[in-house]
Design a protein around this ligand. Structure first.
Ligand code: ZN
Length: 251
């Protein structure tokens, strides 16, 4: 039977109690984990976005757009995707703590902001890559997000070029039209299959491959969903928390 909690304090108590009981916890998170740190969900269309860019996000985040409109892609990338001022919130920090205690084995994330690592998490499986890795397509040299930001006013309309070899640089971020990081997906499925508790947080579970991943979780395990709105997994979950994710992890 599924239990639903909307009160954040009660949610944190119940989540803590269940984690205490579990042996192998995996966390699977989406955009909601980052929006709690003030990072806008760049895939969602908002008013601010419409004022600045002439294309919808799905277009600007496509591989084709990167190839054909590289300068505009980088403007969008710098403005909407890289958020160097963002700080980990209580959910990030608690998950890192649970890993240090040997309770949590992996964080699987759809986010690209590196906030789990900033909070101290070690085993972070980034299904959509990271803005903190920007790779020369010719020599493989890796550049940081800070380096990309600093090149904004260089020649080439802000399109960064590898200083080592002159090759083009592409963010190690999965764009529309590209496949997910195979190694990350394989390891995520492995960790989810071994877990006895799976916490799904900050995702509506409608975007591929989120919905499919939880099918690898054993049906006898403790499935907890933390999200503001209802998700397709709620009926399968033993606990549904409809509250702020940072507050739910405040224990
Ligand atoms: Zn290079």
């Amino acid at each position: 039977m599924s239990q639903t909690i909307t009160d954040p304090v009660q949610a944190a108590e119940e989540l803590s109690r269940r984690i205490e009981r579990a042996k192998r916890v995996v966390f699977f998170g989406g955009a909601g984990v980052s929006t709690a740190s003030g990072i806008p969900d760049f895939r969602s269309v908002d008013g601010l976005y419409h004022q600045k860019f002439a294309y919808p996000p799905e277009t600007m985040l496509s591989h084709d757009f990167y190839e054909t409109h590289t300068a505009e892609f980088y403007e969008f990338y710098r403005t909407k995707m890289i958020a160097l001022d963002a700080k980990p919130n209580q959910a990030h920090l608690k998950l890192a703590e649970l890993e240090r205690e040997g309770k949590l084995t992996a964080v699987v994330t759809q986010n690209i902001d590196g906030l789990h690592q900033a909070a101290g998490s070690m085993n972070v499986l980034e299904l959509h890559g990271s803005v903190h890795r920007n790779i020369c397509q010719r020599c493989g040299h890796v550049y940081s997000a800070e380096w990309i930001m600093a090149r904004e006013h260089e020649d080439g309309n802000g399109v960064p070029v590898c200083p080592e070899c002159g090759g083009p640089i592409k963010p190690d971020v999965v764009l529309y039209g590209e496949s997910l990081d195979d190694d990350a997906v394989t390891e995520a499925l492995h960790q989810i299959a071994l877990a006895d508790m799976l916490i799904v947080g900050g995702t509506s579970l409608v975007v591929y491959p989120a919905a499919g991943l939880i099918d690898y979780f054993r049906s006898s395990g403790d499935l907890v969903v933390v999200n503001h709105d209802a998700t397709p997994a709620d009926s399968r979950a033993s606990l549904v928390i409809q509250a702020d994710i940072a507050k739910a992890f405040d224990f």
